[in-house]
Design a protein around this ligand. Structure first.
Ligand SMILES: [Zn+2]
Length: 770
């Protein structure tokens, strides 16, 4: 009997070992299908395979696209054939369009067995997406332009039922700030197709350059498409330097049509954007008569928002724009035309006699209504020609044009408001989808506009805000990543900013929030990088420094320290002895307990051994402080109010002032709006021994002293900013002092304490005396 058991164990082990040698099927699809059942076995594409299609023209087109795609790498040439008699024999890949199948546009069913591959859909887009899924299931070298030998062209078996969550999944490109060649635009579109995205939003006009040929207005190409020189470095500089080089270019109508066709062959719509009424400086350099001041415009050489906008009081500027849009509509068959509508300063309109006259005649109360009028007129014109407008969320100001779709970029507020007004919305919030933001420590990266946006954050986006009802949510039709190119002078740089973040956007648009999982996405992404390598994509893939819950660990007995991994495909390692961690150091799995003074260092390292920067956190054991004062005779604090312009708390401290009592830690009621300082002094009673967490927020500067020692330094001329400190305090009465100053702009002073039992206090009347 014993012998038999041993034999059984041996047999089991053998099965496991033998099982391991069979390569496991992998399903590294981005965006991941809604519903995928993994099956054993593989379909093999070889010379004997047939590619079939059902009767429709579009299924024949998709079948041909598939054959054209696999030919270079596999060397397998297949001529697709029509299915005869509904019979799909073994060894075939069949693209079957069938109007009886249910499903929204882009939905498809895919059955992969060792015998055949069958893609079914009621629409050609769905068949094309089925092709993209098969493409991503093939060995990555299928992307190669040269024939690869000794490869088994296997497709792992699966049953897939797939459909996009959102009907609009886009990527934008600003070609105004920098101009990119037609071949790059095609590559950009190819990558959208790979990720089942369906809109290329082509931002064609800017203050710094007009990029589309308009036959009726040839000076747009001759003058507006070129600037004399370009700003070097950061756009925020007050001492601008220029490169002295003429820069520009434009797409001919023929090239634009070629791009539209190229995209349509990949089931992608090109939505052109002609900015109005703002971002018009380049156009006005060519045709100054359509601006309010009528002359001395130049194509902008530096970044930022220009005051030079189309004149809203001049009928001729509307004629110009309508002529332009007629030619644009002739090139671009898209249902939508993007008309911009963002960042239109009203300075010129408020001074211009024509614009003022228009406001007077139309009985507008301000220039926002004039902007609304402008957009409304253009919308009417486009609606008359069977098109709808999309505009940036500024088009909400002064009232939304009746059929407009809103692109919410200044966060999600505009999108929510538009959805509540029953307008379609495309979510492209700068918090999650502005791909011009940094993806790493700025010191390690080429100059960007600012911000910090990791792949993980992009992926975490949920387009359906809780502020919307279910009925309102149906107006959220899509998502889009935006690439503003002030700081992306080359095509390579555009790709570096776009990828892999655009991969995450594709999945945000495709999969419902609850079906997404960043860890699983990261694993698929790793394989996907090999595909992007073969496609020659210059993507970002650096290991990012971990983040910590605190900048310093201060403890009495012990304290936990938590790290978060903002990289993907990387593990976190740490040391507690001040040495630089490596792969042999402790692997971070859960918050660590710190009970000794010293230096904690953490690092992220990926499987290739690439390392992030080292995060350094100091651990400090807090010594208990004694409070030996006596409680004062009066309640609250004594406050000194000093009038004048201050730039630091120290100046306030020594300034002359008048004294008033205050009950809480607050700005006294009799303080003016601007230019004053206060000093609050008195005693704070502490009831229990333990760790106290202090938080001091102010706009502008503030400081907090306890026992005559500076505890929080939040000094300086700044907006609302918070600083924290921890102290171990014994029961007792402590002298405290707060110093604060307000210059101009917003004001605020906020003090909070978390006590050892975890309760939070921001009302201190009962603890204060002086
Ligand atoms: Zn005007």
């Amino acid at each position: 009997m014993k012998k038999n058991i041993l034999w059984m164990i041996f047999l089991c082990l053998m099965i496991q070992i033998v099982g391991c040698t069979v390569e496991k099927n992998e399903y590294n699809i981005i965006p991941y299908p809604q519903d995928l059942i993994e099956l054993d076995g593989q379909f093999i594409i070889n010379n004997t395979c047939k590619v079939l299609y059902s009767g429709s023209q579009s299924s024949s087109f998709v079948a041909q696209s598939f054959c054209d795609f696999i030919q270079p790498a596999t060397g397998i040439s297949i001529d697709p054939q029509e299915v005869v008699g509904g019979d799909i024999p073994e060894g075939t890949i069949c693209f079957y369009e069938d109007s009886t199948i249910k499903g929204i546009e882009g939905s498809y069913q895919l059955e992969i067995t060792p015998e055949k591959i069958l893609v079914k859909s009621n629409n050609s887009v769905g068949l094309y997406y089925g092709f993209q899924t098969i493409r991503q299931l093939l060995p990555v070298v299928v992307e190669s332009n040269e024939k690869c030998n000794n490869i088994d062209w296997t497709v792992p078996c699966a049953t897939i039922n797939d459909a996009p969550e959102l009907s609009y999944r886009g990527l934008h490109l600003d070609v105004g700030r920098h101009f990119y060649p037609v071949d790059f635009i095609k590559k950009y579109i190819d990558l959208l197709a790979l990720h089942k995205m369906n809109v290329f939003h082509w931002h064609l006009t800017e203050d710094q350059g007009w990029r589309i040929e308009i036959k009726k207005y040839p000076k747009l190409a001759e003058i507006a498409a070129f600037r004399d020189e370009t700003l070097i470095g950061d756009g925020g500089t007050s001492n601008p330097k220029y490169d002295g080089k003429r820069y520009g270019g434009f797409y001919t109508q023929e090239q634009a049509r070629e791009i539209v066709k190229y995209a349509a062959d990949r089931f992608i719509t090109v939505i052109p954007e002609i900015e109005l009424p703002g971002h018009a400086q380049a156009a006005l350099a060519a045709y100054p008569e359509f601006g309010c001041v009528g002359g001395s415009y130049e194509v902008a050489k530096r970044w930022g928002v220009s005051k030079e906008v189309y004149c809203a009081g001049n009928e001729k500027s509307f004629e110009f724009l309508e002529d332009v849009l007629l030619e644009v509509m002739d090139i671009f068959p898209s249902k939508y035309i993007h008309i911009g509508g963002d960042e239109c300063p009203k300075d010129r309109w408020n001074e211009c006699p024509k614009c003022k006259n228009r406001m007077y005649e139309e009985n507008f109360k301000d220039a926002h209504e004039l902007q609304s009028y402008f957009i409304g007129r253009i919308e009417k014109f486009l609606n008359k020609h069977g098109r709808n407008i999309i505009g940036w969320d500024e088009i909400l100001e002064g009232g939304l044009a009746p059929n407009a779709t809103v692109m919410s970029w200044r966060g999600i507020k505009g999108g929510i408001e538009a959805a509540k007004q029953k307008h379609n919305v495309i979510m492209t919030p700068n918090s999650h989808f502005y791909l011009d933001h940094y993806q790493n420590n700025p010191e390690k990266e080429p100059l960007a506009i600012g911000g910090f946006l990791t792949l993980q954050k992009v992926y975490s986006y949920n387009p359906f805000s809780e502020e919307l009802t279910k009925d309102e949510m149906k107006y959220i039709i899509g998502v889009q990543g935006n690439l503003w190119t002030e700081y992306m002078p080359t095509s390579d740089h555009v790709e570096y900013m776009a990828y892999p973040r655009a991969c995450a956007i594709s999945e945000v648009g495709w999969l419902p929030f609850e079906k997404r999982n960043f860890e699983k996405f990261s694993i698929r992404m790793k394989r996907h990088f090999k595909r992007l390598d073969l496609l020659g994509v210059n993507y970002f893939n650096k290991v990012l420094m971990p983040k910590a819950s605190v900048s310093k660990v201060e403890f009495i007995e012990s304290e936990t320290l938590e790290f978060s991994n903002v990289s993907f495909n990387a593990n976190l390692y740490y040391t507690l002895d001040g040495t630089i961690p490596d792969q042999t150091s402790k692997l971070y799995k859960e918050p660590i307990v710190i009970d000794k003074e010293g230096v904690v260092k953490a690092i992220a390292i990926n499987e290739e051994g690439e390392e992030s920067e080292v995060l350094v956190i100091k651990a400090v054991k807090l010594q208990f402080i004694e409070g030996k004062s006596a409680v004062g005779n009066s309640k609250g604090l004594n406050s000194k109010l000093c009038l004048g312009k201050f730039s630091s708390c120290d100046e306030v401290d020594v300034a002359e002032g008048d004294y008033y009592p205050v009950l809480n830690i607050q700005i006294p009621n009799n303080a003016p709006q601007y230019n004053f300082g206060i000093v609050l002094e008195g005693k704070l009673k502490i009831h229990q021994n333990g760790l106290y967490k202090f938080r001091l927020g102010s706009d502008d500067g503030s400081m907090f002293y306890l026992n005559n020692n500076l505890v929080i330094d939040n000094d300086g001329d700044h907006g609302m900013e918070y600083k924290n400190a921890r102290l171990a305090l014994n029961k007792g009465v402590y002298p405290v002092k707060f110093v604060y100053f307000q210059g101009t702009g917003g004001e605020g002073l906020k003090f909070e304490v978390e006590t050892p039992d975890g309760s939070k206090i921001d009302e201190f009347t009962e603890f204060l005396s002086h």
